[in-house]
Design a protein around this ligand. Structure first.
Ligand SMILES: [Zn+2]
Length: 231
């Protein structure tokens, strides 16, 4: 099938914390979902340390943040949200995680993988580095015949993801015009009350300013930026 006629309609987004997908590329998710793409989120942690309140217990916070993430995903039209529940702030790109993600990729067979750019200079958050690296290592493993071969039963073939889009990149080479879906992005972000508070206007201002700057690079009103790979 030629590149023009092949439809890349299954998308998997792998990220470290609830709210990463919406801060990273919520406008693109909304646009792609509306265009009929089937989108699955894989959240590696449930963000159980994401609070400055010393009295809140990590378990309570994880439950709350998973609910916030499900609500945000529903606003954007995401089909499914998976939580792997690794500990927030302590995520490592281990072989166990790579094995687990490769199995998920082989089971869901996404055409497009979205992930955090692990090579962004001065990416301070260890979970963001680990999540990006783990996602891409799993993408590579999933397409190899002899890596985690026990995951392939019968005549099942390894799965080759066709494209990867890395967000939070400092080397963008692809822009998605999100002028039509900027409001959806803000509405989805507003679901993450434990992280963004309840001042919707302030949130909208911040997101619009950021998306407008990216839009200037892209030549449209609002945009999101990616480093794109085609395989
Ligand atoms: Zn994060």
């Amino acid at each position: 099938m030629s590149e023009q006629t092949e439809s890349l309609d299954r998308v998997m987004l792998i990220a470290a914390h609830p709210d990463d997908p919406e801060f990273g590329c919520g406008g693109t998710i909304a646009k792609w979902a509306a265009a009929g793409k089937e989108i699955t989120y894989v959240l590696l942690t449930s963000g159980d340390k994401g609070s400055r309140d010393p009295n809140i217990r990590p378990g309570q916070l994880a439950t709350r943040r998973e609910a916030e993430q499900r609500a945000a995903a529903a606003v954007l039209g995401v089909k499914e949200v998976l939580f792997l529940r690794y500990p927030d702030g302590l995520l490592e790109n281990t072989l166990t995680l790579r094995h687990q993600l490769a199995a998920i990729i082989r089971r869901h067979k996404p055409h497009i993988l979205m992930a955090i750019d692990p090579w962004r200079h001065y990416q301070l958050h260890p979970d963001h580095r680990a999540a990006g690296q783990a996602a891409l290592d799993a993408l590579w493993s999933a397409r190899e015949w002899h890596i985690f071969a026990e995951q392939l039963d019968g005549d099942e073939e390894p799965w080759r993801v066709k494209e990867a889009y890395l967000f939070w990149t400092d080397q963008p080479d692809y822009y998605e015009d999100i002028s039509e879906t900027i409001d959806k992005r803000i509405e989805a972000l507003a679901c993450h009350v434990s992280q963004v508070g309840t001042d919707r206007e302030k949130l909208a201002e911040r997101i619009k300013e950021r998306s407008r700057k990216t839009g200037e690079e892209a030549g449209c009103e609002y945009a999101e930026a990616f480093k794109r790979f085609k395989f």
